[in-house]
Design a protein around this ligand. Structure first.
Ligand code: SPQ
Length: 417
């Protein structure tokens, strides 16, 4: 049975986190419509409430009374849960505040490297003490007056870039961040929407601080990283024809659309709004998908979609190669190892490489008990595999899906009726 009908996917997670943070740091009121209330975004909201913010939620509308960069010292450690984005971005904010704070996280987050943010912030004069060797949580931050930075990003990471932008906004002078390979630019775009200034000169981002921002009103579009699961599901499930409405199509996030086109998938964008960077995505079952090579600048544009793209590759003719994606090793799980293990358990032909994986298509998938490693994107990939596998796909850790997509199963039921 195919997937059919229209669906409004949940709001963008990256943008929702940033809307809370900018709303907190601006002066005056910010109204955010269609905010994502997933576990990760709730983590951000709760952290800012502990930092003294008044945040009102009514359905998916949020009203936040900004504090003009002056937060209150929290009375206990801020719990970052499973959210890498909350942790890294808040480090850039707290490093320049006038108080001490402590960050802790769940076991998965407590393994992820925070040095990538702590090191450049320390160069700015920040005082950040981590307990683990790789700068892992728990972390203690003593707020300091920072000085500007001229930094070349060693890895393409929107989280590192955003942390440094938040720090630079609170620092007198011109900070420069050079990004060899561009990563998602929601922070830069949202900064402008809140009345801030940022200049982009080629690969260099320049922020002159200190700045004051003003509250605004915005609507968050659907998350292309969540839409990706239904795009893949519809392409590989016979008799599928779906329309995903009002999805964010910021070009720094649309690598999956380029890959699907290169694979020969039946996908078209309708109602494209260039200004809002949104579109409806129409996807149909495609009998013959071709293999592709995914590498270089394309990787940051689809980094979170690689698990479900790899599943797609099991149904494509030929060899799909993913390279330059070593970043996958430091996500909610080691997504190279965990993904290959899952695909193999399902009967697919997949091998890990140093910086990615190779998938040989086409394989008939079979039901199996697989491990999602407590990683929401792997759990959703397993659930989509279950739509086409012969037999049941079972996995533990399904509750982690709420990290980014609380209504995942309801939406699956809607599309699979
Ligand atoms: O927040 P978290 O846990 O790091 O979330 C993930 C995800 O799969 O949802 C990564 F595991 O997305 C990151 C993404 O990989 C969200 C993000 C952002 O909002 O800035 C940027 C990417 O990470 P990075 O390290 O490339 O900056």
């Amino acid at each position: 049975m195919g997937l059919r009908g229209n669906l409004k996917v949940p709001a963008d997670k990256s943008m929702s986190h940033r809307a809370v943070m900018f709303g907190a740091l601006a002066k005056g009121q910010t109204k955010v419509h269609n905010i994502l209330l997933s576990e990760d975004v709730k983590t951000t909201i709760q952290a800012f409430q502990q930092l003294g913010l008044t945040i009102q939620l009514k359905g998916s509308d949020m009203v936040i009374e900004g504090r003009d960069f002056t937060l209150t010292q929290p009375s206990e450690a801020l719990d970052m849960g499973n959210s890498g984005t909350t942790t890294r971005l808040i480090m850039g904010i707290l490093a320049a505040q006038n108080f001490d704070s402590e960050l802790k996280g769940d076991p998965s987050l407590s393994k992820r490297p925070m040095n990538r943010v702590a090191i450049p912030l320390t160069v700015m004069g920040a005082d950040i003490r981590a307990q683990g060797v790789k700068g892992t949580l728990p972390i203690h931050i003593t707020g300091k007056k920072l000085h500007p930075l001229d930094f070349e990003m060693p890895v393409a990471s929107a989280q590192v870039k955003s942390a440094l932008i938040f720090a630079a906004l609170q620092t007198a002078g011109k900070s420069k961040i050079t990004e060899e390979v561009p990563s998602r630019n929601h922070t830069e775009q949202m900064l402008k929407a809140f009345g801030g200034t940022i200049s982009i000169e080629g690969k260099k981002i320049i922020i002159e601080g200190p700045q004051h921002l003003r509250g605004t009103e915005m609507t968050i579009p659907g998350d292309i990283s969540s839409a990706a699961f239904w795009i893949a599901a519809a392409l590989i499930t016979p008799d599928s024809d779906i329309l995903l409405e009002n999805v964010g199509v910021n070009p720094t996030r649309t690598g999956i659309l380029d890959v699907v086109k290169a694979m020969g998938g039946k996908l078209e964008l309708l109602n494209v709004d260039d200004l809002a960077q949104t579109a409806d995505i129409h996807v149909q079952y495609t009998e013959t998908l071709k293999s592709v090579t995914i590498s270089g600048d394309l990787i940051p544009r689809l980094i979170d979609e690689i698990p479900v793209i790899a599943l797609l590759a099991t149904q494509a003719e030929g060899e799909t190669l993913v390279k330059d994606a070593a970043e996958l090793k430091v996500k909610e799980s080691d997504r190279i190892i965990a993904l290959v293990e899952m695909l193999r358990a399902l009967g697919a032909d997949a091998v890990p490489t140093e910086d990615g994986l190779i998938v040989q298509g086409q394989s008939k998938l079979q039901g199996a008990l697989v491990d999602s490693y407590g990683d929401h994107r792997l759990a959703m990939t397993a659930a989509i595999a279950g739509l086409i596998a012969d037999g049941e796909v079972q996995f533990a850790g399904g509750e982690m899906i709420a990290t980014s997509y609380p209504n995942f199963y309801q939406d699956m039921d809607k599309l699979c009726q």
